[in-house]
Design a protein around this ligand. Sequence first.
Ligand code: PLP
Length: 448
Amino acid sequence: METKILLSESELPTRWYNVSPDLPEPLPPPLHPGTGKPIGPEDLAPIFPLELIKQEVSQERWIDIPDAVLDAYKIYRPTPLHRAHRLEKALNTNARIYFKNESVSPAGSHKPNTAIAQAYYNKQEGVIRLCTETGAGQWGSAIAFACKLFDLQCTVYMVRVSYEQKPYRRLLMQTWGAEVHPSPTNLTNSGRKILAENPDSPGSLGIAISEAVEDAATHEDAKYSLGSVLNHVLLHQTVVGLEAKRQIEMAGERPDVLIGCVGGGSNFAGFAFPFLPDKLKGKPIRMIAVEPTACPTLTKGIYTYDFGDTVGLTPLVKMYTLGHTFVPPGIHAGGLRYHGDAPQLCLLVKHKVIEAVAYPQNAVFEAAMLFAQTEGLVPAPETAHAIRCVIDEAKKNQGNCIVFNFSGHGYFDLSAYDAYLSGKLEDYAYPEAKIQEAIGKIPKVTVG
Ligand SMILES: Cc1ncc(COP(=O)(O)O)c(C=O)c1O
């Protein structure tokens, strides 16, 4: 019985899988934040390179991965698929548990899969500097690394609560040459507006996005880069699921359940979407998206048009949302504190193709501890949400083949483990009043 199922570099997928043509209905169009009318490529051109805009709206099922991107992927890809023998034994389960190990990338997560592609396309189109936001610092470090590979400058707006909790992530970004600011800052109108209302704002991904978009839109040589949510980001992440599919076949298995955590949806989608054509052909594969109870977008949000950022600069997209003004509690899974989710993922949840569950922090860290003590790897707090669900599924459904995405390691998140071990971790249940207040501020939109 193998513990690691490995692919050679020559088996690296050479095309990404685009789920758009396989969706049960076309995605509702993104709308202009000012006019409320569907946006065209010209509206996105100030902040994104043309090639990424084309990918955003593409209906081609397969998109070639450029050679320079494949070369950079080879620094850490293909990634291993592991069988979690020791976790299975500790759970006393007959379920077979596998995990795709995206923590082996230099930045420690799946995020470089799209960071590398985005840096490449920006460089091709003459961009000098990329602006972005980061929650836990995982995305920021991925884009800092990718910018260095393609000789681009990099400015990162890091959510203040994570900036304070995670000085080592900031140092990692700076090691790869990025400039990092705690958001909200005084550097942008968006940041100044938030600080005027609340000088102690812990920040949120929505606020940091507003700052990064504003920076890119107001500087000719700069563009914006997003680490999740958008169709082209999910597209780039499908390299994960395409590899995993082959590896599961090599193990002689057929997956019954696919599990991943969801912040904006990119690691879950990149892992699960390549299995969607099989599911649509009738294979009984369950797909479970896992989120925190403190920010329960898919399980408690409403499916409607909303802004992607807090200030209202981005297009309106149709998604499950808690309201763009919702600032989630400062939980340790910083990468899961986003008010919305990827429109493609949301559509599939709405059609009940994908299930969603939510867990509180302490239950999540209990699962992370068991995983660390059996499999050795210390999961990122985000990833630990998936592990909580895997453990519950393995106990409930004996005999199943469960595969999950180990989206990142937690070696820069040990302060979160410290909080758990010293009993200081708080469980935030569904913050109903705050969410209802934020939902009340969602713009009313009619398309047509
Ligand atoms: C390790 C890890 N997993 C998951 C996520 C959530 O993002 P996404 O839903 O886009 O995969 C993050 C975000 O920072 C992360 O760092």
